[in-house]
Design a binder for this molecule. Structure first.
Ligand code: 0O2
Length: 240
C-alpha cells in the first residue's frame, strides 16, 4: 500500500489507516501524519501545483524549440512527489526534526522533475531558457556534468523557486529539476538498479566497472554532440 494514498483516503477510519501504516513507517512519522494530516496534505498539494507549473514551462520551451529548430530537445519528463518515508529518512539523516517547517526549510526535492534531453547542449539550453524567466529564481545549482560524482554519476541539478497562484494567495515553492541526456539517464537508472539490489554485496570491482561504463556514456554524449553539429552545418536541401 502507498503511504500517500492511505493518508489521502477518507473512506477508512483513522484506526484502520493507522494499522496499515504501522507496517510501513515508524512511530514518529505515524504520529506526525495523524496530528498534521490536513496541513501536510495542503503542503503536498502546493508542491504538486508547483511541479505542474514547471512541467508546463518545460513543455512550452520544448514546443517553441520544435517550431524554431524542427526538433524536440526534451525527449521525456518524469515527475514525482517525494514519499513520506523518504522525507522522514532525509530529515533524520540531516539530524533535523520531522515538522512541516523543517520540511519546507530543508528539503528542496519534495517536488521533483527529471528532464531527459537528446544532447548535452540541450540540457544547458533548456536550463538557461528556464532560468531566464522572470518568475523563476535559482536557489541552487549542482553541475554533475561538469563535475561528475565520484561514482561517475552525471546530471545537471537545479533547485528553483516558482510562484503558484491559489484562490486567495500567492506562494513560492521549491522544485528540484534533474536534467540529463538519454545516455546519462540510462547509466543512472541501471546504476540505481544494480547498486540497490537487495542482499547482494556491491564490490569495488563492480564499482570500477560502473565507472568505466560512465566514461563510455560520457564519450557517447560527446560523439553524438559532434555528430549533431556536423549535421546542423550541412546545407538545407530544397523540399521537393
Ligand atoms: P529520490 O528518490 O530520487 O528523491 P542534499 O541532502 O540535498 O544536499 P542529495 O539529496 O543527495 O543531497 O542531492 P544530490 O546529490 O544532488 O542528489 C539527489 C538525487 O540525485 C537523488 O535522489 C538521485 O535521484 C540523484 N542521484 C544523485 N547521485 C546519484 C547517483 O550516484 N546515482 C543515481 N542513480 N542517482 C543519483 P535521492 O535522494 O536518491 O532520492
Amino acid at each position: 500500500m502507498d503511504v500517500e494514498n492511505a493518508v489521502i483516503s477518507t473512506a477508512e477510519t483513522d484506526m484502520e489507516m493507522r494499522k496499515k501504516l504501522e507496517a510501513i513507517i515508524d512511530e514518529d512519522a505515524l504520529n506526525w501524519i495523524f496530528e498534521k494530516r490536513d496541513s501536510f496534505l495542503d503542503l503536498i498539494s502546493y508542491y504538486r501545483c508547483a511541479m505542474m507549473e514547471v512541467q508546463t514551462k518545460l513543455n512550452v520551451l520544448n514546443e517553441e524549440y520544435s517550431i524554431r529548430f524542427a526538433r524536440n530537445p526534451i525527449m521525456s519528463i518524469k515527475s514525482r512527489i517525494k514519499t513520506i518515508g523518504s522525507i522522514q529518512n532525509k530529515l533524520k539523516r540531516k539530524g533535523l526534526p520531522f515538522t512541516l517547517e523543517s520540511l519546507q526549510n530543508n528539503i528542496y526535492d519534495v517536488a521533483g522533475l527529471r528532464v531527459i534531453c537528446a544532447f548535452t547542449e540541450d540540457v544547458y539550453s533548456i536550463a538557461a531558457s528556464l532560468l531566464a524567466q522572470d518568475d523563476v529564481t535559482l536557489i541552487e545549482k549542482r553541475d554533475y556534468i561538469e563535475n561528475p560524482k565520484a561514482n561517475g554519476y552525471r546530471s545537471l541539478h537545479l533547485i528553483i523557486e516558482v510562484p503558484i497562484f491559489l484562490a486567495s494567495e500567492k506562494r513560492k515553492m521549491k522544485v528540484e529539476i534533474q536534467l540529463r541526456t538519454v545516455a546519462m539517464d540510462c547509466w543512472a537508472s541501471l546504476e540505481h538498479q544494480l547498486r540497490y539490489k537487495k542482499n547482494r554485496e556491491f564490490t569495488e570491482e563492480m564499482a570500477n566497472e560502473l565507472m568505466r561504463c560512465a566514461i563510455i556514456s560520457a564519450e557517447l554524449d560527446e560523439r553524438m554532440n559532434n555528430l549533431r553539429r556536423t549535421v546542423d552545418a550541412l546545407p538545407v536541401a530544397d523540399d521537393k
